[in-house]
Design a protein around this ligand. Structure first.
Ligand SMILES: Nc1ncnc2c1ncn2[C@@H]1O[C@H](COP(=O)(O)OP(=O)(O)O)[C@@H](O)[C@H]1O
Ligand SMILES: [Mg+2]
Length: 141
């Protein structure tokens, strides 16, 4: 019979209010992704996505937080990251997802790129209530 290592789900938070915090968030995500057992390609994908979203928090809202949690579904493990801020919000999420759309000086590839790199992605940005972006990646079996 196959032994299944059960690790308890865990969670934590990283504040994002400086350039240095983006580096810390990246570093934490890299450690978590490796601990979750992602392939090195998937580690890079998740770190790249987290980096884009952490930068958006800092750039557009000034500050916010990344909440992370390990997730489990039918014995499959994964990582969920949630980037939350109380900034101006995104008026039209559908437009923000278009390749090349930017209200700043960016390339406008952060959100669409992140969607391609992750398995699941959801944005909540109700008027006047900031922005919360949730992304998930599942470990391949
Ligand atoms: N956390 C956020 N708060 C407010 N607006 C955001 C946030 N994240 C993204 N946006 C908006 O969505 C647009 C697209 O984001 P993104 O794809 O990362 O491109 P870029 O950052 O290069 O402009 C941004 O230009 C900005 O208008
Ligand atoms: Mg961006």
């Amino acid at each position: 019979m196959e032994e299944i290592a059960m690790t308890p789900p865990s969670q934590g938070e990283v504040c994002i209010e400086s350039e240095g915090d983006i580096v810390l968030a990246r570093r934490r995500v890299r450690e978590l992704a490796i601990a979750t057992g992602f392939s090195s390609t998937d580690v890079t994908r998740v770190v790249t996505a987290a980096s884009e979203l952490a930068r958006n928090v800092f750039q557009y809202a000034g500050k916010g937080a990344m909440r992370w949690s390990t997730i489990e579904n039918n014995g499959r493990s994964g990582l969920e990251l949630q980037f939350a801020d109380q900034g101006p919000g995104i008026a039209d999420v559908k437009i923000a997802f278009q390749d090349g759309y930017s209200t700043g000086e960016g390339l406008g590839m952060g959100l669409p790129g992140t969607r391609r790199l992750m398995d699941e992605m959801e944005i909540q940005s109700p008027p006047g209530q900031g922005t919360t972006v949730t992304i998930k990646k599942w470990r391949k079996i």
